[in-house]
Design a protein around this ligand. Sequence first.
Ligand code: ATP
Ligand code: LTN
Length: 334
Amino acid sequence: MLDGKKTLFSGMQATGNLTLGNYLGALKNWVSLSDDYLTFYSVVDMHSITIRQDPAELRKRARTLLTLYIAAGLDPEKNCIYYQSHVSGHAELAWILNCFTYMGELNRMTQFKDKAAKHADNINAGLFTYPVLMAADILLYQTDVVPVGIDQMQHLELTRDIAIRFNNLYGDVFTIPEAYIGKSGAKIMSLQDPSKKMSKSDENPNGSIYLMDDPDTIIRKCKRAVTDSEACVRYRDEQPGIKNLIDIYCACLNKTPDEVEREFDGKGYGDFKLAVGEAVVSVLKPLQDRFADLSKNKDYLDKVIKENAEKASWYSNKTLRKVQKKIGFPERIR
Ligand code: ATP
Ligand code: LTN
């Protein structure tokens, strides 16, 4: 709660090109929830450097991501859209929360284990304490709700544990946040291997649909999606490829799996895959057009970046000062 309004926080890393999974699992819900909350949507560039980045590339991707937030339908006048690295409170609170988080808790994080296995030559302390920075992001804004894909649930549970632990020691300092997982699209799988989540860091570009893919590419990737030989469009675990395509179709067109099964009863996979491709195009094409327009408007984007960083700093400082006082840091002399 901030200013008597429920608060929403979410963020994405500026690594790789956003996929349809990122859009349907996160961004789309951000847009649908944005009217009901005081909202903060961060480009979490400080999280990105837990993996080695090319500086010019990181800067470019961060700006692209921020622009995409707006192109997806988040009005930056109403939603605080900003770079995490522009608001120093994130790092300051993360340090404090590090001292309230146990090694054993961090050792259990599956994202850490996955990323450590993938980047065995650079298992840095930042990668290990990544979830603490994420907890700081969320708790800084007294967040009530955090829309994310299912893969982030474990980090959210940890955030809650840290907040409860802190509150037990110092009184009611933090709001305890809840995850918001969308009804469909919470976990979009790779088109080439439906046992793996669609991910922006996947090496096989055919497994993911990127938000910037052109219509022909989208249709081609859907047509080539790995399915099975059952030859019926059914929403069930035994047909993971088809199930995933139904999820995509439902999330794009706001339909239910039942409706989709009926719609494609007696039809072949060719028809269904084409319809999925067209549904994806119908969602991504308008977003791509808005992105192209926004990208031309440098002054506008710069203004959004500056003003929203100031707004986020203002709110985050309120929480930070409270925390610093509670734990016994000396008061600032004005
Ligand atoms: P990486 O491959 O670099 O780990 P990622 O594609 O998993 O990245 P993140 O930046 O970790 O993306 O996630 C951004 C948001 O998108 C998170 O809320 C996450 O839960 C959601 N998300 C990511 N992939 C999927 C997916 N396949 N289905 C649904 N939601 C997803
Ligand atoms: N860890 C998240 C990105 C992230 C985030 C957050 C999401 C960083 N801070 C705060 C929600 C709230 C990820 O890898 N997707």
